[in-house]
Unconditional design. Structure first.
Length: 194
């Protein structure tokens, strides 16, 4: 859970995010959310326009979470932190996300060596994590975005085959040092046989 006092997104006196089914039990909400996102991921290819810009990221978030939260596909409107790490000020999300997305140029990326591509991918993941554009679901949205990007560059990554704790710890460390995240990505990305 995020450390937010008096969040505008939770039920009064609770840390449970307001949701479309009005589930007020944290565990039940988590289970519903996890199942729904897994199902939504299985149908995403039909629904998303891969434009590699802010609209693309918002479309992934909207698709994954639209049955669960009203804020699906929308930037957060409050500041959040986790374990004393404060994510970007919410007022700057729109502008900062555009800056991050401007770095993605598929034709340029196709020219990079594998090692340089992995460094680039790691930086985008870290940028998106530090920005944390959505109130919940940033990790899953980012990983799907990266999966699609790598696929279009001729590579495959299956984040579900990687130990979640390992991804989590590497991404936390990456805000100061990306070495571990880069190594993890290097091990996990395969060239697609076409
Ligand atoms: N202390 C932290 N410092 C930096 N990043 C963190 C920290 N704790 C969690 N994160 C990042 O936040 C992500 C979780 O964001 P969240 O919005 O809950 O998305 P999801 O539930 O889809 O994983 C983690 O995957 C991790 O990358
Ligand atoms: Mg989460």
């Amino acid at each position: 859970m995020y450390d937010v006092k008096n969040s505008i997104y939770t039920y009064p006196g609770s840390e449970v995010l307001k949701n479309k089914l009005n589930i007020q039990d944290e565990e039940k909400l988590k289970n519903y959310e996890v199942d729904m996102v897994a199902f939504k991921l299985s149908t995403i290819e039909k629904h998303i326009k891969k434009t590699y810009d802010e609209n693309h990221l918002k479309a992934i978030h909207k698709h994954l979470f639209e049955e669960v939260y009203d804020f699906a596909g929308k930037y957060r409107k409050e500041n959040i932190e986790k374990e004393n790490f404060r994510f970007s000020e919410y007022e700057y999300i729109e502008e900062n996300l555009k800056q991050i997305m401007k770095k993605i140029d598929l034709e340029q990326l196709k020219k990079l060596s594998f090692d340089d591509l992995v460094i680039f991918i790691s930086q985008i993941m870290t940028d998106l994590n530090v920005l944390h554009p959505f109130r919940e679901g940033n990790g899953r949205t980012t990983r799907e975005f990266i999966r699609e990007l790598l696929y279009d560059l001729g590579y495959e990554i299956n984040f579900f085959l990687i130990d979640y704790e390992e991804i989590l710890n590497a991404s936390k460390k990456a805000v100061v040092d990306e070495t571990e995240q880069i190594a993890l990505l290097k091990r996990s990305i395969q060239k697609l046989e076409k």
